[in-house]
Design a protein around this ligand. Structure first.
Ligand code: GLY
Ligand code: MN
Ligand code: MN
Length: 432
């Protein structure tokens, strides 16, 4: 709880005096009639509270330099708890979450109006397409209306996202520990997939082998929908159907990560369904692996992911030229970005509570430089689909290799190395 308390205070330091910041929790989402999807807390709300229930809202209030944390959450309710499960309630919210005050969520609007007396600035999230949009907008609209009627002095509405997301970009020691664990569990899931994979299996069966290992290792959550893509399906970047049979002689690409106490792992491995790479598969695989290892060597403070990718693209184009998959002059190919026919995504992204984590990554003109404590993925790939304009022998080969790292003072710490990626080690594991 000290960690969450410290975060609230750190954030409050950036708040203007006589201000309030509003952080809504996620709402439950209906799956069908009266059943819901498994609940996942809003990452910003969780980052500041460690509280995992829906129907909640955190207020940070700064008055005359003094900071207080106020939580709104569900009331204790015997019947609801018999049917649906435990609720923390208000008394325990104060002691267990070290809040200064806690109120029932059904009193939010009334008490909020009260707490707003003398508040000059309200910080709120500028949301896009989230389920809590409407509710928050209703409250804010009411506030604005009251402002106009002169009842409340609030005259400034600001977005808290830039400050909070800048904080989330730099992982604390406690967060690094959780990310190491997420990385290790994710890796063990991929190891199990390599051990269990056989021609004729369905992609979703292999998916569940990965996710079963996550559970065996101590977490039931996945960080995103797992991708298990046999053969040409690997060329569909966000393939999540996972409903085809794995064929002897094909590769399979698995992009899957466990979520451990809110923190994401994000790993991709590509391996032969039958345990042996063909010559062409090995050639493409080795090129991607060389690019990935090279990229990992470049990760350190003061270089951008974009700059590393530029070096990777050059290396990749040299390789594709040597194989005859690209033809022409290297500099012209680079200038015309011809690699995008086969490598159409970026090199990596921030990772943390969200798999594609928040944080300002700058612009194409002025990309953000890496700093110690940031966490990113490194995930180059080559995707040669069946309809590519290349020799037949290369078709249907899609390869991505992805690891998660934390930037250190001089380089990076790889969080996901418990799953092999050299051709030799993969084949040894699959035949062991
Ligand atoms: N799993 C999503 C990604 O690799 O970005
Ligand atoms: Mn990724
Ligand atoms: Mn991934």
């Amino acid at each position: 709880m000290t960690e969450f308390n410290t975060r609230r205070h750190l954030f409050s330091n950036s708040m203007l005096d006589n201000s309030m910041a509003i952080f809504p929790a996620n709402e439950e989402l209906i799956r069908s009639n009266d059943t819901e999807f498994r609940f996942r807390q809003n990452s910003d709300f969780y980052y500041l509270t460690g509280f995992n229930e829906p129907e909640a809202c955190l207020l940070l209030i700064k008055r005359k330099g003094l900071i207080s944390s106020v939580l709104f959450n569900r009331r204790k309710d015997k019947t609801a708890e018999i049917w649906h499960g435990y609720r923390l309630g208000q008394a325990a919210a104060v002691t267990e979450l070290s809040m200064d005050q806690a109120f029932a969520i059904d009193e939010l609007e009334v008490i909020l109006a009260d707490l707003l007396t003398g508040i000059e600035t309200v910080y709120y999230p500028v949301l896009s397409g989230l389920s809590l949009d409407t509710r928050l907008q209703t409250i804010l609209n009411k506030l604005r209306n009251k402002t106009r009627s002169g009842l409340i002095a609030t005259n400034q509405f600001l977005n808290w996202q830039p400050q909070l997301h800048e904080m989330r970009l730099f992982k604390s020691d406690a967060e690094k520990e959780l990310m190491r664990k997420a990385g290790e569990i994710s890796a063990l899931g991929h190891v199990r997939a390599m051990q269990q994979c056989k021609p004729g299996m369905w992609e979703f069966q292999l998916q569940l082998e990965v996710e079963y290992e996550f559970a065996r290792q101590g977490t039931r959550d996945i960080a995103y929908n797992s991708i298990v893509a046999g053969g040409n399906n690997a060329c569909i970047l966000h393939y999540t159907e996972n409903d085809k049979q794995l064929k002897d002689g094909d590769l399979v690409l698995i992009d899957a990560g466990a979520e451990y106490q809110g923190y994401a792992g994000d790993i991709t491995r590509t391996f032969p369904v039958n345990g042996r790479f063909t010559e062409e598969q090995a050639t493409i695989y080795q090129l991607v692996l060389d690019c990935q290892l090279f990229a990992l060597e470049q990760v350190k403070p003061n270089i951008s992911v974009l700059a590393i990718n530029k070096l990777v693209v050059r290396k990749m184009c040299e390789g594709l030229l040597a194989l005859g998959i690209l033809q022409g002059d290297l500099e012209t190919l680079l200038q015309e970005e011809k690699h995008k026919d086969f490598y159409m995504h970026g090199l990596g992204h921030f990772i943390g509570l969200d798999v594609h984590d928040v944080g300002n990554s700058g612009s194409i003109e002025i990309p953000r430089l890496l700093e110690k404590g940031m966490a990113i993925t490194i995930e180059p790939g080559l995707y040669i689909s069946n309809d590519a304009d290349v020799e037949d022998r290369w078709k249907g080969i899609g390869v991505r290799i992805e690891d998660d790292v934390i930037v250190t003072e001089t380089g990076c710490e790889i969080l996901t190395s418990a799953v092999p990626k050299s051709i030799q080690d993969i084949e040894a594991l699959m035949h062991g």
